[in-house]
Design a protein around this ligand. Structure first.
Ligand SMILES: *Cc1c(COP(=O)(O)O)cnc(C)c1O
Length: 424
């Protein structure tokens, strides 16, 4: 499609957009009395308007029913989390029984590594991307130390090539083959938080498994953003948070995926608690742990129902719309944003550079040459919420649920004004 950098054209794209109405189903912060242009759905998604009623329902049931709410509310609390499994499974391409919701992401990765990082003297290495999200680096290092291995020896980072801003799949695959029988685990962020790159999860999973490693994915930036087929790709495990593209609120509950083939492995190492036992016998308070035959076996505590409620609200929207429609709009709106940026670059040559490769989801990371922090501040004052990553990168994620093509056009005009007025 031939794009045009004009208000009329952007508005025309909005009228053709089947998701156009969803914008009004989210709450937007305001700056200068106007809804902001929100580019940080990759960090904290906006609040759906239906969310409050889901939370109110739990609060009200608690008020009226107290302990009886566990079994007698419309959505009983004791198995409330089960309502999330089906819609979430369809977002991540899993079987319903492979998905559970619990804790938070970094905690879940640690818990999953109890099962899926089992180093031996010969096979103890972990392969990851260089400059992984800091929490992931800390998780991997502390796991390696916990098992008594040396961090330098055990952690193998795949680097970007000199002068390039992205990882090449071929480099990842050849590193996996090179480390070969020493790899215990491959754990990478499915979509890189910094440059927005989508990794070839299918090929990397296959290569890791061919070498006999467990393969897991941190899907923080992937879930609700890109197509996932965790079951089909034969991924061993994965985890994600719910507050980025999943719009479920700050610090909210995380999801996990455990491949079906492990659900009946009775001796799999795992940290266990009462919420992982079979429902039928849970309240008999028996001493034996009888694992429930789905990913809930990894649950330890009874989950916070107050945090499941916004997640369930959000999943209702995902179920209604479906990932295919979101991905279709995502590709179009990101391409339009890229077009707008390139038009501006034509006018103010060399001011910035898009560092996101073609394998991308919703995010464009833009390296600002010369126009650093003050330009970012100018954008914020002008009603554009983006985020800043050192040394000089702004991340722009036009989440397809609630960003419009008109937002992209207006953002371009604001950016152009900022650069032209010499803010540097
Ligand atoms: C956002 C993000 C996290 C956040 O972890 P929490 O445990 O939810 O605080 C972890 N890993 C990656 C790759 C992220 O992008």
């Amino acid at each position: 499609m031939q794009f045009e950098n004009s208000l009329a054209f952007a508005q025309k794209l909005d009228t053709e957009d089947v998701l156009n109405d969803y914008k009004s189903q989210f709450h937007f912060p305001q700056i200068n009395g106007k809804d902001v242009i929100y580019f940080t759905g990759n960090s904290l998604g906006l609040q759906p308007k239906i969310t409050k009623s889901y939370v109110d329902e739990v609060i009200t049931d608690w008020k009226n029913l107290a302990v009886e709410g566990h079994f007698r509310s419309d959505k009983p609390w004791w198995d409330y989390h089960e309502r999330l499994a089906k819609p979430l499974a369809s977002v991540v391409g899993a079987k319903k029984e492979e998905v559970s919701v619990m804790n938070t992401l970094s905690v879940n990765l640690h818990l999953l590594l109890v099962s899926f990082y089992r180093p031996t003297k010969k096979r103890f290495k972990i392969l990851c991307e260089e400059k992984a999200f800091p929490s992931d680096q800390y998780i991997l290092k502390s796991q390696v130390k916990f098992h008594g291995f040396d961090i330098e020896d055990a952690i193998v980072e795949v680097r970007k090539r000199e002068g390039e801003h992205f990882w090449r799949t071929e480099d990842i695959l050849s590193k996996i083959n090179e480390v070969g029988e020493e790899i215990a685990l491959v754990l990478i962020g499915g979509v890189n938080y910094y440059n927005g790159q989508v990794f070839d999860m299918k090929a990397i999973t296959k290569a890791g498994k061919t070498q006999g490693a467990f393969v897991g994915w941190d899907l923080a930036h992937a879930v609700g953003n890109v197509e996932l087929k965790l079951h089909e790709w034969d991924v061993d495990f994965a985890s994600w948070c719910s507050y980025k593209y999943m719009n479920s609120g700050p610090g909210n509950a995380s999801g996990i995926f455990v491949n079906k083939k492990y659900l009946h492995e009775s001796d799999i190492p795992r940290f266990e608690g009462w919420w992982g036992t079979k429902k039928e016998t849970r309240f008999l308070m028996k001493p034996e742990f009888e694992p429930i035959e789905n990913a809930d076996a990894w649950q330890i505590s009874n989950p916070s129902v107050l945090s499941l409620a916004p997640y369930l609200a959000s999943l209702q929207l995902f179920e209604e719309v479906g990932m295919n429609a979101l991905i279709e709009k995502r590709d179009k709106i990101v391409s339009y944003l890229e077009f707008v940026l390139n038009e501006i670059d034509g006018e103010v040559n060399g001011s910035f550079e898009i560092i996101t490769p073609n394998e991308r989801g919703c995010q464009l990371s833009v390296f600002l040459h010369g126009h650093g922090r003050p330009l970012f501040d100018f954008l914020m004052e002008s009603g554009v919420i983006t985020d800043w990553r050192e040394p000089n990168v702004i991340r722009l994620a036009p989440a397809p649920f609630y960003c419009s093509f008109e937002d992209m056009y207006r953002f371009g005009q604001i950016l152009l004004k900022g650069i032209k007025s010499g803010i540097a």
